[in-house]
Design a protein around this ligand. Structure first.
Ligand SMILES: [Zn+2]
Length: 277
């Protein structure tokens, strides 16, 4: 566990285990905004404690970078205790119903499967302010742009931009401390286009906080975009040659940057999208 790191004036990142997840804090004149809420109410309580210890300001808003559990399962604490607005992509509630809710139910019914996790206390809490289009908010007097993205890492990705310091908070559309995650509900073919479109706005001097890992710059995003493009091409190639997922994984070239499991989950998801037309 780390301390808050000020990555630009009044914009902080704190990295938490498990998962080396980034929690971001944007300081305004009369309060702070928190991006992402971790995996459980207990983990979210820890964020509240750390904010209270290190900032003499109330939390005035919360933003979800996307629907995945490690970024949203602490939402209920903020909704309940601080009662502040929670902003998120307008499809988060639907994504919860489709993916997070059935998985959470299975986990809650069989806690022995993951004894180190605290699923029992989680109550799914979608954003209270669904964001449908690019929106500027000014919590505590500081401008923040919320940019709902087309389907990529999920169909709920929301880029957060702090214009006065040119800081981007991008959730898991880029990851630094591990390979990007091709989980359920990802879009391996659309994902590279999402990054490419975003790169038209990202400048070389900009600071970028990824969902997991340390702060990165534009060049890092360009490199990860190339790897995502290569992955999409490999899926299409395997599909067109009639390779099974196992054969396609085995056929991967030596310079492929990510472990076979990463490619395998990308293939699984890509093949199912290609087969459904
Ligand atoms: Zn994540």
């Amino acid at each position: 566990m780390s301390a808050w790191r000020e990555v630009a004036e009044g914009v902080f990142q704190r990295r938490y285990d498990p998962l080396d997840i980034s929690i971001s804090l944007i300081r305004g004149t009369a309060g702070v905004t928190i991006v992402d809420t971790r995996s459980s109410p207990a983990e979210a309580q820890e964020i509240l404690a750390h904010v209270a210890a290190d900032f003499d300001l109330p939390i005035v808003a919360v933003i979800n970078s996307h629907a995945h559990y490690d970024h949203t399962f602490g939402n209920q604490v903020f909704a309940g205790q601080t009662g502040v607005p929670i902003y998120g992509h307008h499809l988060v509630a639907t994504h919860f119903q489709q993916f997070e809710s059935p998985r959470l139910k299975r986990q809650q019914q069989d806690p022995a499967r993951e004894p180190d996790r605290d699923w029992a206390t989680v109550v799914l809490t979608p954003p209270t302010v669904p964001v449908t289009h690019r929106t500027r908010i000014s919590p505590a007097g500081r401008d923040i742009d919320l940019i709902p993205l087309p389907p990529g890492h999920t169909d709920t990705d929301l880029a957060v931009f702090v214009p006065d310091q040119r800081v981007w908070i991008l959730g898991d559309i880029v990851e630094e401390s591990g390979p990007p995650m091709f989980g359920s509900g990802c879009f391996p073919f659309g994902w590279p286009d999402v990054l490419e479109e975003l790169l038209t706005e990202i400048e070389p001097r900009d600071c970028i906080i990824p969902g997991h890992g340390s702060v990165i710059n534009r060049d890092f995003v360009i490199a990860q975009l190339a790897d995502l493009r290569a992955t999409a091409a490999m899926i299409r190639d395997g599909w067109s040659r009639g390779l099974s997922i196992e054969q396609a994984v085995a056929a991967v070239s030596d310079d492929y940057p990510w472990p076979p499991q990463v490619l395998e989950s990308a293939l699984r998801r890509g093949y199912s999208q290609l087969s459904s037309g």
